[in-house]
Design a protein around this ligand. Structure first.
Ligand SMILES: Cc1cc2nc3c(=O)[nH]c(=O)nc-3n(C[C@H](O)[C@H](O)[C@H](O)COP(=O)(O)OP(=O)(O)OC[C@H]3O[C@@H](n4cnc5c(N)ncnc54)[C@H](O)[C@@H]3O)c2cc1C
Length: 376
């Protein structure tokens, strides 16, 4: 029979693994950017790739539930005592070959540190992903994306620990089914990314600008223009700061999990009905500006932020005294104003999802990973 208890023997074996530190009594509130969540059974910090692999293999063999934590910026965690060991990734090695553009980072490296170093080395390809919080190893998990770029554009392979077999090998990015805010690592527990490898462009220029707002801010006139990487990074960071999408200590608009809902992909007929309903209520000018992007045969991607706003949820909803509110800078971020509980946040998430559904018939799907709690 499998023993899933965290016995003194298991603890002793964990401490024997090099570069591992055990912490008792920590909370997920200390590990997440929402600053929410109760106590794991134990927090295990792993300072090297071998330590991560050793810890996960040991806990899996003992059938002890674990949660991999990078920067905690895409997690909604329940309050109370949680039957899970938090395995915190701190293997932050970084190798950059400025000549070839090949970059390798440990999963626990801060993602924006990787972007900074790449941009400083004159490498293009990830500048549009500047300022995304969290770790390098989590970027493939939901195929992070921003301002017209996704990690899938440059990711070549990941060093993956397959949890079913305990095998560690370099797996090509094509094996991860990377898609809009999705990979086969998200919600599946398939494996742990130990390191990532990216092929960047060594010519000092950004990827072709694909995102209207960014291109306009840079004064780009032709579609697909390329600009010096540092200029694009600075502009992206500026745009993100204006939306509360860069972590800033003490700014509660950034106590969030970023965009809380994914942009819904719906059938053309549904998008047409949403637009017609906005036209009837708010007039042609607003309806004609509705963001809608082709998303494959017969489907359209809508903007979750726009739908939330047009369903009647303004920035800062429901108002000053509420412990959990929409960001005052962006309707798509649900934020903790300092005293919220996970239940407050989940109640707000339900209110927004249900409000958009009853107004437009579109069900928004949350983007973060939920632990011990659910929106349903
Ligand atoms: C202010 C703000 C802005 C944001 N902006 C963006 C944005 O522009 N674009 C975007 O895509 N996202 C954005 N996000 C969401 C988030 O930053 C990303 O999803 C990020 O990649 C999460 O990294 P993390 O290390 O914090 O992951 P965590 O929150 O620690 O973990 C998230 C999930 O990934 C798993 N996981 C983490 N590391 C690994 C690993 N090495 N191997 C396997 N599984 C792992 C965890 O178990 C968990 O299930 C934003 C978040 C915030 C707070």
């Amino acid at each position: 029979m499998t023993d899933s208890s965290l016995t003194p023997d298991i603890r002793a074996r964990l401490t024997q693994i090099e570069d591992v530190t055990l912490e008792e009594g920590g909370t997920f509130a200390e590990l997440t950017t929402l600053h929410l969540g109760g106590r794991p059974r134990l927090t295990v910090r792993c300072g090297s790739t071998t330590a991560v692999a050793g810890v996960v293999t040991l806990l899996d063999a003992a059938a002890i539930p674990l949660l991999i934590v990078g920067g905690g910026s895409n997690l909604v965690v329940a309050e109370g005592d949680l039957d899970v060991v938090a395995v915190v990734l701190e293997n932050d090695g970084l190798e950059i070959d400025a000549g070839s553009g090949l970059v390798r980072a440990g999963a626990g490296a801060g993602w924006d540190d990787v972007v900074t170093a790449a941009v400083d080395a004159g490498l293009g390809g990830i500048e549009c992903l500047s300022g995304i919080p969290g770790s390098a190893g989590a970027t493939p998990v939901q195929n992070v994306g921003a301002y017209g770029a996704e990690i899938s554009d440059v990711l070549t392979r990941v060093l993956l620990l397959e949890r079913a077999t305990g095998e560690v090998s370099w797996v090509p990015a094509t094996d991860l089914e990377l898609a809009y805010r999705y990979s086969n690592l998200k919600f599946t527990g398939r494996g742990v990314v130990l390191e990532i490898e990216m092929q960047l462009n060594p010519d000092g220029l950004s990827s072709p600008l694909r995102f209207g707002e960014l291109a306009r801010r840079l004064g780009a006139t032709e579609s697909g223009e390329r600009r010096p990487v540092a200029e694009v990074r600075d502009t992206v960071l500026d745009l993100r700061r204006g939306k509360g999408m860069v972590l800033i200590d003490g700014d509660h608009d950034t106590w969030s999990a970023g965009s809380f809902f994914t942009n819904p992909v719906v059938e053309v007929a549904v998008a047409d009905a949403v637009q017609a309903s906005v036209r009837a209520d708010r007039g042609d000018e607003d309806a004609d500006r509705m963001p809608r992007f082709p998303a494959g045969e017969g489907t359209v991607k809508l903007s979750a932020a726009w739908l939330i706003d047009r369903a009647g949820f303004a920035k800062g909803h429901p108002g000053e005294d509420a412990p959990a509110r929409l960001s005052t800078k962006h309707t798509l971020a649900l934020t903790n104003r300092g005293s919220a509980s996970t239940s407050d946040l989940v109640a707000l998430a339900r209110e927004v999802r249900d409000g958009v559904r009853s107004r437009f018939g579109v069900t928004l799907v949350p983007e973060p990973v939920w632990v011990g709690v659910s929106i349903d």
